[in-house]
Write a protein that binds this ligand. Structure first.
Ligand SMILES: Nc1ncnc2c1ncn2[C@@H]1O[C@H](COP(=O)(O)OP(=O)(O)O)[C@@H](O)[C@H]1O
Ligand SMILES: [Mg+2]
Length: 232
């Protein structure tokens, strides 16, 4: 039906198939025909590892796109049971950071100057590390405290690849299954409390990190670029 899987995306299809299988949707994996991508693997019993922390760990291992998906899910207390919402909240600001050497490389190449010219001090330990980037506390030459947000190297390309693989699988499900064709349920958001836990958990982590920073954040234009942004 015009939907085809691309051999070069096999690794991503396999990751997706493994995730769906592990969390109880082997039926979808078989429908899409992705069980063939898992031939030769020792598969867990369908749905065996439905542990909340395990899901957060698995999404983290799958990389930035799936960390972002986990962040979104952690905002959906109306969809997921509380233990999942709690476990996935970690993905807002506590995932494995990029080594500081690589962070310094990104900052120096984006700002086109040595780190210690751009900043009087730059904390090596990040305040937060999430899907697209991580945040380091630093001091500008004039002594102002800033949060420097640095994009993970290679993240743009990786996300584009992941989204393409996800789109292939979603299009297949759309074209071949009732499940895929099913219209979205009547706006579930209507049942969500006025202050969804999502917003509050994101705000809470940002507020926590802002306690070491200035009270009224503003973008510092001179110290910002596409992959490196400073806020004071
Ligand atoms: N200006 C800031 N000041 C302090 N902490 C910040 C700031 N911006 C982001 N953070 C922290 O970094 C985390 C990741 O930032 P975010 O913008 O959500 O990136 P991502 O898209 O990678 O999730 C946030 O959850 C928050 O804890
Ligand atoms: Mg975030």
């Amino acid at each position: 039906m015009g939907v085809s899987f691309k051999p070069e995306r096999l690794r991503r299809y396999r990751d997706l198939a493994r995730l769906l299988w592990k969390y109880g949707r082997s039926d979808l994996v078989k429908t899409v025909g992705l069980d063939e991508a898992l031939v030769g693997e020792v598969l867990p019993t369908d749905g065996a590892a439905a542990e909340a922390e395990q899901l957060a760990d698995d999404l983290e291992t799958m990389g930035p796109t799936f960390v972002k998906l986990g962040q979104l899910l952690s905002t959906r207390a109306d969809v997921l049971p509380a233990p999942y919402v709690e476990a996935l909240t970690r993905l807002q600001d506590r995932v494995a950071p990029v080594p500081v050497k690589q962070v310094v490389d990104v900052v120096e190449s984006e700002l086109a100057m040595p780190l210690l010219v751009a900043f009087r001090e730059f904390d090596e330990t990040p305040l937060a590390a999430a899907s697209l980037g991580q945040v380091h506390r630093a001091l500008l030459p004039d002594g102002a405290v800033v949060a420097v947000k640095v994009q993970r190297p290679g993240v743009r390309e990786e996300i584009a690849e992941d989204l393409a693989a996800l789109r292939d699988v979603a299009e297949f499900l759309d074209a071949h299954t009732d499940w895929g064709r099913r219209p979205p349920r009547e706006s579930p958001a209507r049942g969500v409390p006025a202050q969804p836990s999502s917003t509050s958990s994101t705000t809470a982590s940002r507020r926590r990190n802002l306690t070491t920073l200035a009270r009224n954040p503003r973008v510092v234009r001179t110290g910002s670029s596409c992959r490196c942004r400073s806020k004071g």
